[in-house]
Design a protein around this ligand. Structure first.
Ligand code: WTA
Length: 646
């Protein structure tokens, strides 16, 4: 038992896909899935070679895969262009005048760009980049709100072979400077500001600060979004609209090597400075394209909405590159789900008749807290498929999503993947996979995960362990920018020859994966290793609980005790409710998971992408001062409040 993670979450409900969904799905039978998966396992090069025909190539590759993990090269010798695949190839089809991006601004303004219009904007801006001296291989930082110019800038970079590094608009100027310097960025693209819950988030002032500490940045392009006053430094800062005036819309896509660096995306590790995850052209695009098609079952008639900000990998792969490469219609929204009211998302689904909706469990738990009356006010009958990403989804949140948003008719795809994997790895295929609430189910074709012990030995069904990938896949990261040694150490150092994702999981008797969270979120309580997520799910299944975060703290007898931070749907907690919750968790999981402390709080400290910062909660639970990096914290005041609530 000592090395295995005790998995205690029991979930027996199963939801097969509706027959009509299956009938029309891209992957529509178990035989088809098995044939693909087995072909990929037995003849990976043959499989990926076949699949790669879904991209348009300027020059065919000569070798599918060179090397083995961690040093892999895919589609060697091939030449292609990401923006060509996302735009140009649709212009010779009926999709020319199809909506590529349906954009809705927070104040309610909107803009629809057809493939042809988007192509024109991208070509023009690519010519602007060239005029500003950007050449293939240069790094360009994008620090922008969720406006169409962000997608245009990404595609323009990829058109000329510049490597973009997108920094989420909520990061501080220090974080921007660090990332600029790490990537040695030459040019920045930003806006005066963006809108967030009715207020302006100023971006240009943060850029001005960051640039003082970013010696490599030569020029800044500024989109006018809010119209507020900003300082423009002559010969350094240029308005987007000025630069675009009179520029030619003719810009042939550069013929780039398969392994040409497409983008860097910084992601936080458990310690140390952010990691610059580097993705390259062909493998990444193939992963984003095929998973969009398989997992979201994208069809030409769909209106697809992924709510992620493009500043995170989910936005890269599933707002922009994946959907556009498929010629889909992708909705892009600048605002927040609760502004000006808690029904904003549902209002948009009704307005645009969205058919596929992809969001995160943290949002789903907020929706639950705000109450069913909000979604119930709107017509959600256009939805046919729902998705979840970012953290394990608690079974009760899953059930709510299924019932209230999906009207019990939409399959849910719980998609497991990471910034590093580039595209979805483990997920239901909505036409064939019977889902179990809380499980991301089975690996996609070509993906070969395993659950192993700390020593790398394979574990049996239902034994909790480390989730690893045993075979390389095209969209995997190639390095951490400027620190190849760290790349080798972090992902391949612990278990040589295997990619270690940092997550704990188990695989059940049906071959379904149950991700239990990061292994640093695993507790050792009286010799039992428990996933914090499972205790959280038990708490959230109590009718009064909205959200919870469970962390360990040093405990004299048990080694580690369980400290549970709990937010309630309404009202304040008291001693009686603490007892009730304790017995609820004991009943759900067993005495091993008895909470040692329950603390009620109005909110939990989160990163801007919605992940609970357990490290900070661990410090509070243990009564320590919090050290380390808190630059990604959504609300700095929460920490002080949590301490006060002790
Ligand atoms: C977690 C987001 C359970 C996991 C795409 C992973 C998930 C980390 C799921 C990556 C899921 C993401 N079920 N856990 N469906 N999706 N995770 O890099 O811990 O922001 O390692 O990528 O999120 O987060 P990242």
């Amino acid at each position: 038992m000592s090395n295995a993670i005790t998995s205690v979450l029991q979930e027996t409900r199963k939801f097969p896909p509706p027959a009509e969904f299956t009938a029309a799905a891209h992957i529509s039978s178990e035989e088809q899935y098995n044939a693909m998966w087995n072909k990929a396992k037995d003849d990976p090069e043959g499989f990926w070679s076949e699949i790669s025909k879904n991209l348009d190539w300027f020059q065919p590759f000569t070798k599918v895969l060179e090397g083995d993990m961690p040093e892999t090269k895919w589609f060697v010798g091939g030449k292609l262009n990401v923006s060509y695949n996302c735009l140009d190839r649709h212009l010779t089809t009926w999709r020319k005048n199809k909506a590529a991006i349906i954009w809705e601004g927070e104040p309610g303004d909107s803009r629809i760009l057809t493939y042809q219009e988007l192509h024109r904007e991208v070509c023009k801006f690519a010519n602007v980049l060239k005029k500003l001296g950007v050449v293939a291989g240069d790094r360009v930082t994008l620090y922008m709100p969720m406006i169409p110019e962000l997608a245009i800038a990404m595609l323009a970079c990829s058109r000329i072979g510049a490597t973009h590094s997108i920094i989420f608009g909520g990061f501080s100027s220090d974080a921007v400077a660090d990332r600029n310097n790490d990537a040695q960025c030459k040019l920045m693209i930003t806006a005066d500001g963006g809108w967030r819950r009715g207020k302006e988030v100023p971006l240009k002032p943060a850029v001005d600060e960051a640039i003082k500490k970013s010696p490599t940045v030569e020029k800044v392009v500024v989109v006018k979004r809010t119209g507020s006053d900003v300082t423009m430094v002559p010969d350094r800062d240029y308005w987007w609209h000025d630069l675009m005036e009179g520029v030619s819309a003719d810009c042939p896509a550069a013929e780039l090597d398969s392994e040409h660096p497409l983008f860097i995306l910084y992601t936080s590790g458990s310690t140390g400075k952010p990691k610059g995850v580097l993705h390259t052209t062909a493998g990444y695009l193939l992963g984003a394209t095929m998973t969009s098609r398989w997992v979201f079952d994208l069809k030409d008639e769909d209106t697809y909405w992924c709510t992620a900000d493009i500043g995170w990998v989910t936005g890269h792969s599933y707002v922009v590159y994946g959907p556009l490469a498929n010629g889909a219609t992708s909705v892009m929204f600048e605002g927040a789900p609760n502004w000006p009211h808690e029904g904003r998302f549902w209002e948009l689904i009704e307005k645009y008749r969205v058919s596929i909706f992809y969001t995160a469990p943290t949002a789903i738990r907020a929706f639950i807290k705000w109450g069913d009356e909000w979604p119930n006010k709107y017509d959600l009958s256009s939805l046919r498929l729902l998705g979840s990403v970012g953290e394990p989804i608690n079974p009760e949140a899953w059930m709510w999503y299924h019932r209230v948003i999906g009207g019990e008719r939409c399959p849910i795809v719980d998609t497991w993947w990471q910034t590093e994997t580039g595209s979805i790895m483990i997920s239901p295929l909505p036409g064939i996979t019977a889902t179990k609430p809380g499980s991301c189910t089975r690996p996609l074709p070509g993906i070969v995960p395993a659950i192993v012990s700390e020593k790398g030995e394979p574990l049996e069904a239902n034994q909790g362990g480390l989730l690893v990938m045993t075979k390389p896949w095209p969209s995997m990261l190639r390095t951490l920018y400027g620190d190849h040694q760290r790349f080798q150490d972090v992902y391949f150092g612990k278990l040589p020859g295997l990619y270690f994702a940092g997550d704990g999981a188990r695989c059940d008797e049906d071959g379904y994966y149950w991700v239990m969270g990061r292994v640093d979120d695993v507790l050792n309580v009286a010799g039992h290793r428990l996933s914090t997520m499972e205790v959280e799910s038990a708490l959230v299944s109590h009718p009064l609980v909205a959200e919870s975060a469970v962390v360990g703290f040093p405990h004299e007898i048990k080694g580690e005790g369980l400290c549970c931070f709990v937010t309630l749907k309404t009202g304040a907690g008291d001693e009686t409710l603490k007892k009730d919750l304790t017995s609820h968790v004991r009943k759900q999981i067993g005495a091993v998971a008895t909470p040692d402390q329950i603390r009620f709080t109005n909110s939990l400290p989160k990163t801007r992408s919605g992940k609970i910062m357990r490290r900070l909660l661990r410090d509070i639970a243990a009564g320590r001062e919090s050290g380390g990096d808190t630059t990604t914290l959504e609300d700095y005041t929460i920490l002080a409040k949590l301490r006060d609530e002790e």
